[in-house]
Design a protein around this ligand. Structure first.
Ligand SMILES: *[C@@H]1O[C@H](CO)[C@@H](O)[C@H](O)[C@H]1NC(C)=O
Ligand SMILES: *[C@@H]1O[C@H](CO)[C@@H](O)[C@H](O)[C@H]1NC(C)=O
Ligand SMILES: *[C@@H]1O[C@H](CO)[C@@H](O)[C@H](O)[C@H]1NC(C)=O
Length: 243
């Protein structure tokens, strides 16, 4: 009798465990991180943020087939070499924010062909690679970047660039690059000589911005030319009729 009761209890316990696990997938402590399933995408994510004990085991992480890796707030001085392990090639989201990374110039992001978002905000970055990957979102806010041409050259990328002492280059092609990225030039702050406090590029480069020919202005020019042409034709035709 008691054995039957025990068996029933255990069975109920297992059913309840299954139910709770399917509703809130558990986070497992593994490889020095918390690993769980992202409920929206179904992919595996690892939260290795603020890992003060620094017991991260990258080889172990590489075996998990992660889609998302959060390495924020770890005092990292550079992008960990271990991320080149082939086990990380399916990464879609990488968070390196709030570290102490100062250079990316030699870094080859091309290795991660599936990368969609990269967050490297709140670091000490002074440079970027000459070629940035054409990913969906890149957050480089709050660094020490003075030059962002490799980011402003990307089309179809959402770039978050606030909080950098970008040097304003007020010639129209570089202004238009920035316009291509945000189409709202008030959100890009830059400094003209590196010493003055950063101000919106729309204030720093006002006269040059007036000279930038945005794609939509071409249409206005075309319409204007067409209208003048029509008036001309009508006027001449009318005059010819009179003659
Ligand atoms: C990047 O990380 C910072 C700090 O961890 C966070 O505040 C910000 O929202 C993140 N950016 C994006 C685009 O998620
Ligand atoms: C304008 O900026 C572009 C790209 O930033 C550069 O290649 C070009 O030499 C600049 N032109 C002048 C006149 O400064
Ligand atoms: C801005 O974007 C348009 C189309 O997306 C592209 O043709 C043009 O070359 C870009 N301009 C600059 C300066 O990158």
């Amino acid at each position: 009798m008691q054995q039957k009761m025990m068996a029933m209890l255990i069975r109920h316990f297992i059913i309840v465990m299954h139910l709770t696990m399917s509703i809130c997938p558990p986070l497992m402590k593994l490889c020095g991180c918390l690993i769980g399933t992202d409920v929206t995408t179904g992919g595996l994510m690892a939260d290795c943020s603020k890992n003060t004990e620094l017991d991260l085991d990258f080889e172990c992480l590489a075996r998990q087939g992660l889609e998302s890796l959060d390495l924020s707030g770890n005092d990292l001085q550079k992008v960990p070499e271990e991320l080149k392990l082939s086990g990380f090639k399916d990464l879609k989201h990488l968070d390196l924010s709030r570290n102490k990374i100062s250079s990316l110039v030699t870094y080859n992001f091309g290795a991660w062909t599936r990368l969609k978002s990269l967050n490297i905000s709140h670091n000490y970055l002074k440079d970027l690679p000459e070629e940035m990957p054409p990913i969906h979102t890149i957050d480089v806010s709050y660094n020490q970047l003075t030059d962002m041409h490799s980011i402003f050259g990307l089309t179809n990328t959402i770039a978050i660039v606030l909080g950098n002492p970008i040097l304003c280059n007020c010639n129209s092609s570089s202004v238009q690059r920035m316009y291509n990225i945000t189409s709202d030039l008030t959100v890009i702050e830059c400094t003209l000589h590196g010493k003055d406090p950063p101000m919106p590029i729309s204030i720093q480069c006002h006269s040059d911005i007036d000279n930038v020919e945005y794609p939509s202005e071409w249409i206005y020019h075309l319409i204007l030319i067409a209208v003048i042409f029509i008036i001309f034709v009508i006027y001449c035709g009318y005059n010819f009729c009179l003659i």
